[in-house]
Structure formats: structure tokens, C-alpha cells
Design a protein around this ligand. Structure first.
Ligand SMILES: Cc1cc2nc3c(=O)[nH]c(=O)nc-3n(C[C@H](O)[C@H](O)[C@H](O)COP(=O)(O)OP(=O)(O)OC[C@H]3O[C@@H](n4cnc5c(N)ncnc54)[C@H](O)[C@@H]3O)c2cc1C
Length: 357
């Protein structure tokens, strides 16, 4: 028997895995439960790979200029910078390649690039304006030198293996999750398992609201779809970009991973065809050398109002949430896991990402 608290984390995506990691480091016994058959098979499966604190502003065109959205962006930039440091350390530990070479965002005009630079500087994000450079395909752009990139899904799989070796238990293919709380703690059931635990963390991405509503809690999340297409790399990639390139207009990105090129992103996009067409116009010299996509994929980002994620206690004692990171989940996962673990096990008080329910 051990006195270590038993904590169940629901969700084996980036958020659940990073939370499990930080809880385990602080001495908790952790069980991770997921409805799919392995780690990072939800939204964390095929993202653009950018670790980009620079993009903390809400993507919602109606919200992004409000004071609430700017306040949310400010705290997300701070968390993003901490999270990036943690992520790069962990990636190094797993022997994973990261590109610490920044990210570029194409802008519709030089005027727009300068306006972006001013608003980013105001948020504490270093931003350079680019004009007529080969790296931005000759287009006006902003360069964010403090951003990085890496393969989120490969990281999640490496972290899951590492956690399993540190005695974290993983339950996959979990069906009919049922969560009940009493004065003695929580009873968590699936069709095949039954557990008692001291705390529960809901890190179930797009599935989080449905889990919480059964306990009478309303989590305000919008589900915004995005898509991805992966292409095999040609033999000669010497003139391919050395860092991810974002297109502000379509909210999409072109990312070169070790063995493939990915076009991904989009706002309410369920098919990457239009994104591929757009990138073919932006970078014809690249796309004329690619074969048809090897795979395509679509998923839903859990997006909170004004882009402020929920990393928080709830009104139910010892029930916690870590979700709502929208287009920032890879960037923020390590910092979010650390913050929540400190709240749960070290009694840290932090209301920056509070959930009011
Ligand atoms: C196209 C695209 C590109 C992106 N690019 C970037 C990027 O470049 N940089 C960046 O920072 N972010 C990016 N993101 C965002 C990032 O990928 C997400 O924010 C992140 O993956 C969310 O992780 P998560 O763990 O919260 O959710 P998920 O990865 O979806 O994990 C949630 C898990 O919970 C499980 N689950 C749900 N409900 C239940 C239930 N009832 N019972 C059991 N299990 C359940 C699911 O099976 C899933 O495995 C991108 C997103 C998309 C869609």
C-alpha cells in the first residue's frame, strides 16, 4: 500500500499525457483512460507541429480584438514560453529532433505585417518584418524567432512509453465512461474496468464537455475543425523552408518534418483540398515536385471563448480540467500539465485559466 494519491486522467492526448507526466514526477499514482486504442489518436494526431507562443491571440475574428481576448493572449504567451522550454527539454530527453528556428507567417500586405509586429511586440513577442525574402516566398511576412517546431504525435508516443516505464497505467478502448463522486473520492467505471481514486483530471479535448455535463458542469467549448495532408518528401529538399510557414489568410501552415511535408490547419475546414490549392499558389516550386498526398486527416480543436484555456479546479472538489487550448495545444501542453500538477499536489493558487463551473 502507498499513501500517494491515485489520480485518474481522462484523455491520452497531449494534454492528458503531459498532465500525467507532471503528476507522476510529484509522486502521484496515475491511471490514464482513453476511448481510443493508443496515445494521441484524437486532435493531437496530425497537427502543424509549431511550438508558437507567438500565436496566442484568439483566432475567432469576432473576439480577437476585445480586451478579454488580449488579456487571454498575454497570459497564454507567458505560459507558452514556459511550456516551450519544458517541451524542448523533454524532446531532447527522448532523442527527438526539434527545429528551434522560429516560424514565419505570411501577411496580406506590408502594412498588415507592420500592424502585426506592433501588436505582437505589445504582447511581449519578438517579431521581425520580412519583405521580398526567399524564405517567405517573396511575400510580406512576420518572423517569430522565439518559436520552434517538432512532431507532436511522435512526442506524445515517446512520452506515453516513458510514462508506462514509470508505472503509469494506461487503459485504452475504454467504453461507457461513468464518473461518480462522493465524500470518499471518485468511482470511475468503464465497460471493462472499475477504479477508485482521489482526484480526476478531465483532459478529454473535444469530449470534455460531454463528460462534465453528466456531473452538472457546463464547459463552454466550441469545436472548430481543421485538416491535414501529408506528402512524401522528394530527394532534393535543399530549397525547402527551414521553419514552418503559416498563411494568415487560411490559418494553415506548411511544415517539413523529418520524413514528410504537411499542409495543415484551417478554420472550420473538414477537407484539406482548399488548403493544398492555396499552398500550390504560394509555393509552386515545391508542390510541382510532390506526388499526391499519402494521407489526409481531419479533427476538431477544443476552442474556449476568447482563447483562454481551462487549466483549473471545478466546483466539484478534486475534479480538475485541462482543455480548451484550441490552436495552441501543442505549444501549451507541457506548461499546462506542470501548472495543473502544481495546483493539485502543491496547492498552488492560480486563477489565470480558471473554469467558473
Ligand atoms: C489541423 C490542426 C493543426 C494544429 N496545429 C497546431 C500547432 O501547430 N501548434 C499547436 O500548438 N497546436 C496545434 N493544434 C492544436 C493541438 O493539436 C490541440 O490543441 C491539441 O492536440 C489538443 O490536445 P488534447 O489532449 O486537449 O486533445 P486530444 O488530442 O483530442 O485528446 C483528447 C483525448 O481524450 C479522449 N476522449 C475524449 N472523450 C473521451 C471519453 N468520453 N472517454 C475516454 N476518452 C475520451 C480522446 O479519445 C482523445 O484521445 C492544431 C490542431 C489542428 C486540428
Amino acid at each position: 500500500m502507498t499513501d500517494a494519491p491515485h489520480i485518474i486522467v481522462i484523455g491520452a492526448g497531449l494534454m492528458g499525457l503531459c498532465t500525467a507526466d507532471e503528476l507522476t514526477q510529484r509522486g502521484a499514482r496515475v491511471t490514464v483512460i482513453d476511448g481510443r486504442s493508443g496515445p494521441c489518436e484524437g486532435t493531437s494526431f496530425s497537427n502543424s507541429g509549431m511550438i508558437h507562443p507567438s500565436q496566442a491571440c484568439s483566432w475567432d475574428p469576432d473576439a480577437r480584438q476585445t480586451q478579454a481576448a488580449l488579456d487571454a493572449a498575454r497570459v497564454s504567451v507567458t505560459l507558452g514560453k514556459r511550456s516551450k522550454t519544458l517541451l524542448l527539454e523533454k524532446m531532447k530527453q527522448f532523442g527527438m529532433a526539434e527545429r528551434d528556428a522560429g516560424c514565419i507567417q505570411l501577411q496580406p500586405s506590408l502594412k498588415a505585417a507592420r500592424a502585426m509586429q506592433a501588436s505582437q511586440n505589445d504582447l511581449g513577442v519578438r517579431t521581425d518584418v520580412m519583405m521580398g525574402m526567399a524564405e517567405s516566398f517573396g511575400r510580406p511576412a512576420c518572423f517569430f524567432p522565439e518559436d520552434s517546431s517538432g512532431d507532436a504525435q511522435a512526442f506524445g508516443c515517446a512520452l506515453e512509453k516513458n510514462l508506462a516505464a514509470r508505472a503509469v497505467r494506461f487503459i485504452y478502448d475504454a467504453e461507457d465512461l461513468d464518473l461518480r463522486c462522493s465524500d470518499e473520492g471518485f468511482a470511475v467505471r468503464t465497460s471493462a474496468h472499475q477504479f477508485r481514486c482521489d482526484h480526476v483530471v478531465v483532459a478529454a479535448g473535444a469530449g470534455s464537455p460531454q463528460i462534465l455535463v453528466k456531473l452538472g458542469l457546463r464547459l463552454n467549448l466550441e469545436l472548430i475543425s481543421g485538416a491535414a495532408a501529408d506528402f512524401a518528401l522528394p530527394t532534393d529538399v535543399s530549397d525547402f523552408p527551414s521553419c514552418p510557414i503559416m498563411d494568415r489568410e487560411t490559418r494553415s501552415a506548411l511544415t517539413i518534418f523529418a520524413d514528410r511535408l504537411r499542409v495543415s490547419g484551417g478554420w472550420n475546414v473538414t477537407d484539406p483540398t482548399a488548403l493544398i490549392a492555396r499552398w500550390t499558389v504560394i509555393a509552386p516550386h515545391i508542390f510541382e515536385r510532390l506526388d499526391a498526398p499519402q494521407s489526409i486527416w481531419t479533427s476538431q480543436r477544443p476552442v474556449s471563448p476568447v482563447g483562454r484555456p481551462y487549466i483549473s479546479a471545478t466546483s466539484i472538489s478534486n475534479l480538475w480540467v485541462n482543455t480548451g487550448h484550441g490552436h495552441m495545444g501543442w505549444t501549451l501542453c507541457a506548461g499546462s500539465g506542470e501548472l495543473l500538477a502544481e495546483m493539485i499536489l502543491e496547492e498552488r493558487q492560480d486563477g489565470r485559466f480558471a473554469f467558473a463551473g
